[in-house]
Design a protein around this ligand. Structure first.
Ligand SMILES: [Zn+2]
Length: 280
């Protein structure tokens, strides 16, 4: 069934687990993540950034995710990941997503607030959950630089009051993509932010942060963890293995099959780690 993300995060926060948000670039990876959710009786968030939609139309991918999620017994939210503009968010609403993230974390505070607030107003009118971001989660390749833009607790509280977002992405030490160096989550900061805003917090850049670190973050108010790179890297490994071992015999369909398997296995691992297994 399709649900707004807010419902999932509320339950997660109440029962001290997190819901995985898995970014999917293609039709078969949508299926893979949903299959893992069904297998684990887990709520799940299917995340689609517009930037993934080079070879498949955004509306096609969202439509496919909706169609597959609707008949399932497990609750599924579909979110626009890292929406870059007001227009992107409206496009997501029209496509039928049940949640949108507006990422104005690179903008000056006033601009981030102005756009996020407008997105909240429109999205809430049609029952759609909104995630905002304050502080800035950078790229793992520039990990050190990213540490300069950690979320400030007072600013986070002000941002929530100014915008009315339902969930807040925070910068507490993780980064997108592969890490250069050892990731470090600032749990004291995370704890202070949670005590200040008392709402579901979102950890972006979950991949290769390490199972123990991620699990611990859930004790400090993280209710949603975003995962992409770990699934993609596992797919690449399996594709390479298939090509190395069976170059003459391997068919294109086999590579799609490897990708599907990798996304299913890795997302399933994280559902178990985050404690969402059995929560559907
Ligand atoms: Zn992200």
């Amino acid at each position: 069934m399709l649900v707004p993300m807010g419902e999932l995060l509320k339950d997660a926060l109440e029962h001290k687990y997190a819901v995985g948000a898995f970014d999917v670039p293609s039709l078969e990876t949508v299926e893979a993540v949903l299959e893992a959710a069904v297998g684990n009786s887990s709520p799940v968030i299917v995340a689609i950034p517009e930037s993934f939609c080079r070879d498949v139309r955004f509306e096609t991918l969202v439509g496919c995710a909706r169609e597959q999620a609707l008949p399932l017994k497990v609750p599924v939210a579909i979110i626009l990941d890292h929406g870059r503009s007001y227009e992107s968010c409206i496009r997501a609403l029209r496509a039928g997503m049940t949640s949108v993230m507006f990422d104005g974390s690179s903008l000056p505070y006033g601009e981030n607030v102005a756009i996020t607030r407008e997105v909240v107003r429109v999205a809430h009118a049609v029952g759609v959950t909104v995630e905002g971001e304050i502080g800035h989660v950078g790229q793992g390749a520039e990990y050190e630089k990213g540490q300069e833009v950690l979320t400030k607790p007072e600013e986070a509280a002000q941002f929530v009051a100014d915008t009315g977002v339902d969930a807040l992405a925070v910068a507490v030490g993780t980064a997108h993509g592969k890490y250069k160096g050892e990731p470090k989550i600032h749990y004291d900061l995370l704890s202070t932010i949670y005590d200040t805003v008392k709402m579901p917090l979102v950890l972006h850049g979950g991949s290769s942060t390490g199972d123990e670190r991620l699990k611990r973050s859930i004790d400090y108010g993280i209710a949603k963890v975003n995962i992409y790179t770990d699934m993609a890297e596992e797919a690449k490994r399996r594709i390479k293995k298939a090509l190395d071992e069976r170059w003459d015999k391997v068919r294109l369909n086999d590579l799609i099959h490897e990708t599907r398997g990798a996304f299913k296995d890795v997302s399933g691992h994280y559902m178990q780690l985050f404690g969402s297994t059995g929560r559907a």
